[in-house]
Design a protein around this ligand. Structure first.
Ligand SMILES: [Fe+2]
Length: 292
C-alpha cells in the first residue's frame, strides 16, 4: 500500500491500480481483473489499519476493470457498487459478461505463466456483474463531511467511462480515459469510442486543479508531473491519429496497419492481454480515424 495524500492510498501491483479514498469509511475505485483483485486481496489482508469499504466504483466496464468484482464482493459483501448507466446495462448482459471472463481467463493464465501470480486466481464467474447504482456527471458521493467525490462523464475511451474527482486532495481518478501508460515515455492512445470525445474528455479532466492522476494502469502522475502527463496523452492521441490517417491515405491495408499499431502500442502490461482482443482494439483506432 502506498499513501498518495491525506485521504488516498493505492494498492495493487502497478499493472492494476486500486485506489482507496477515505480513512474510516472508504470508497474503492477500480476493480481490475481477477488476477489484479487477487493481488489486491493479498495486500489488503496483510494490512493492519483498514477502513470500512462502503462503495466500489467500476469506472468503466472493460474486462480489466470489472472482472475483479467477485473477489472484491467477497471481501466487501455490503459495499454498494457504482458505475455509469451504460456500464450497468452492459454488465447486466450474460453474453457480454461471459466474454469479459473469457478474456480475463487468458490474462490470468498469462500472468501465471510469467510468474506475476504465484497461484491461479479464483475462477468463479458471475452471469452478470451487478451495478447497484448508476452515477453520472455532477453526482456527488459524500464519504464524510468535507470529503466528497464528484463523478464526471469521461467518454471517448468507451461509452461507459466515468472519472471521479476528490477536490480536497486534488485527485482525479481517470481509469483509462487518458490512455495507457506502459512506461514513463510510452503512452498508448485508446480512443476506442471516438477521437474527438477522447481528446475533449482529456481537456475537461485537465481543467481541474490536480496533484494526483489516478490512472488504472502503471505509474501514477503526481504533482509537477501532472501537466506534462496530460500534455503527453494529448500528444500521443494526436500522433496516433496522424500516423493512422497518413497510412490510410497511402492506401495501406487495414489488417497490415493494425499489426503495425499492435507492435507500436502493445507493450508493458498490455503485452499480457489477449492478442486477438488487442488487435481488435487497434482496428477500433483505425475505424475511428476513418470515420472523421
Ligand atoms: Fe479500458
Amino acid at each position: 500500500m502506498r499513501r498518495l495524500s491525506d485521504n488516498v492510498v493505492v494498492l495493487g501491483n502497478g499493472y492494476f491500480n486500486f485506489y482507496l479514498v477515505g480513512k474510516e469509511e472508504a470508497v474503492l475505485l477500480e476493480c481490475g481483473t481477477r488476477a489484479g483483485a487477487a493481488v489486491f486481496k493479498q495486500e489488503w489482508e496483510g494490512l493492519e489499519d483498514k477502513p470500512a469499504v462502503k462503495y466500489i466504483v467500476i469506472l468503466h466496464s472493460h474486462f480489466d476493470h470489472a472482472c475483479g468484482i467477485p473477489i472484491l464482493k467477497e471481501l466487501f459483501p455490503d459495499a454498494e457498487v457504482l458505475g455509469s448507466a451504460a456500464a450497468q446495462k452492459f454488465l447486466s448482459k450474460e453474453k457480454i459478461v461471459k466474454d469479459l471472463y473469457r478474456n480475463d481467463a487468458i490474462l490470468s493464465e498469462c500472468y501465471f505463466k510469467n510468474g506475476l501470480l504465484q497461484e491461479k486466481p479464483d475462477t468463479s464467474e458471475l452471469d452478470f456483474i451487478g451495478v447497484d447504482r448508476a452515477v453520472a456527471e455532477g453526482d456527488i458521493l459524500e464519504l464524510e463531511p468535507g470529503l466528497q467525490l464528484k463523478f464526471i462523464d469521461a467518454p471517448g475511451h468507451s461509452v461507459c467511462s466515468i472519472a471521479a474527482y476528490l477536490a480536497s486532495d486534488q485527485a482525479m481518478f481517470v481509469s483509462d480515459a487518458t490512455g495507457y501508460r506502459s512506461s514513463k515515455d510510452d503512452m498508448t492512445p485508446v480512443f476506442f469510442q471516438g477521437y474527438d470525445l477522447y481528446t475533449s474528455t482529456i481537456e475537461k479532466l485537465m481543467s481541474y486543479p490536480t496533484q494526483i492522476v489516478g490512472v488504472a494502469h502503471g505509474d501514477i502522475p503526481l504533482g509537477n508531473d501532472v501537466e506534462g502527463f496530460y500534455q503527453n496523452t494529448l500528444l500521443a492521441a494526436e500522433e496516433g491519429f496522424d500516423f493512422i490517417k497518413t497510412r490510410l491515405n497511402e492506401g495501406m491495408d487495414e489488417k497490415e496497419l493494425a499489426k503495425i499499431l499492435f507492435d507500436r502500442y502493445i507493450k508493458g502490461g498490455l503485452a499480457y492481454y489477449p492478442e486477438e482482443m488487442m488487435l481488435g482494439s487497434m482496428h477500433l483506432l483505425i475505424k475511428n480515424v476513418k470515420g472523421k
